[in-house]
Design a protein around this ligand. Structure first.
Ligand SMILES: Nc1ncnc2c1ncn2[C@@H]1O[C@H](COP(=O)(O)OP(=O)(O)OP(=O)(O)O)[C@@H](O)[C@H]1O
Ligand SMILES: [Mg+2]
Length: 251
């Protein structure tokens, strides 16, 4: 479980996030929504350790992440896919995939195959440069790269932005699979107990920053709406109503 408590962040002395609290339980897709510039990306950066908060706490399970470097947070089980994909254009797809896990000192073999199972389009692209991929392919590559560090919690920043509908659908299906099964290619077996029940550890928690409402309704379990750096509404996705949408989401 990822939990933020009263997180506040400033850039150059001006307060961008105010007392942001939210939780991402295992096996849940939590949508963080809000108009442009309200602080969604800053929230993910503060979780990932790329900006330092003025105050507040970010916990993954019992571990306080504030004060830890980004790579240590990743080792504790945090995966981060930044807005705009951020892949290495001059490295091959294979190199792009391996780089995250290698930086973590993780052994990868079957995991690459698991990524290719989730995103088959990447298979034929393995020897090609990341920069020649379409936006949607790059998004899949960026998600695949984050998965190779075997995260317990995955942060996704607008994965549907500028991507064609059929790939959006595929990314949605993949998010749902990860939520229920996790990623580790043998994790399902590893966590299947003698009575056949699958333990919650195999599930992934996903914090999804998203402005595309239909996508949130399709994949999300719960939502938080952010406005000018504060959480102004939250609840199960089924309780998102027209008033909230009109007030906080439509331009
Ligand atoms: N590095 C920075 N230095 C100063 N101000 C910044 C920096 N990054 C973001 N900001 C400001 O912080 C505010 C929140 O930005 P942020 O990127 O978190 O918004 P967002 O909700 O992700 O927006 P979008 O929907 O456009 O991606 C904005 O006013 C932005 O201009
Ligand atoms: Mg953003």
């Amino acid at each position: 479980m990822l939990s933020l408590k009263d997180l506040s962040v400033s850039y150059d002395g001006s307060r961008i996030l105010r007392n942001v609290s939210l939780t991402v339980p295992p096996g849940h897709v939590v949508c963080l929504m809000g108009r442009n510039g309200v602080g969604k990306t800053t929230t993910l950066k503060a979780i990932a350790g790329l900006v330092q908060p003025d105050a507040g706490s970010v916990k993954l399970g019992q571990t306080e992440l504030v004060g830890l470097k980004p790579e240590h947070r990743a080792r504790h089980g945090l995966g981060y896919v930044p807005q705009g994909r951020d892949i290495f254009p001059n490295l091959t797809v294979r190199e792009n995939l391996r780089i995250g896990a290698i930086a973590q000192g993780k052994r990868i073999n079957g995991e690459v195959d698991r990524v290719l199972e989730l995103f088959p389009i990447l298979k034929e692209m393995l020897p090609r440069k990341g920069g020649v991929l379409s936006g949607g392919q790059q998004q899949q590559l960026a998600i695949g790269r984050a998965l190779l560090t075997n995260p317990k919690v995955l942060l996704l920043d607008e994965p549907t932005e500028g991507i064609q509908p059929n790939i959006i659908d595929h990314i949605g299906e993949t998010i749902k699979k990860l939520r229920s099964d996790g990623f580790g290619h043998d994790s399902k077996e590893a966590i299947r107990e003698a009575n056949g029940k699958v333990r919650a550890e195999g599930k992934m928690g996903i914090l999804l920053v998203e402005q595309y409402l239909d996508f949130c309704l399709e994949v999300g379990d719960s939502f938080y709406i952010m406005d000018r750096g504060s959480i102004v509404a939250n609840g199960p996705v089924s309780e998102l109503n027209d008033d909230m949408i009109k007030q906080h989401l439509t331009v």
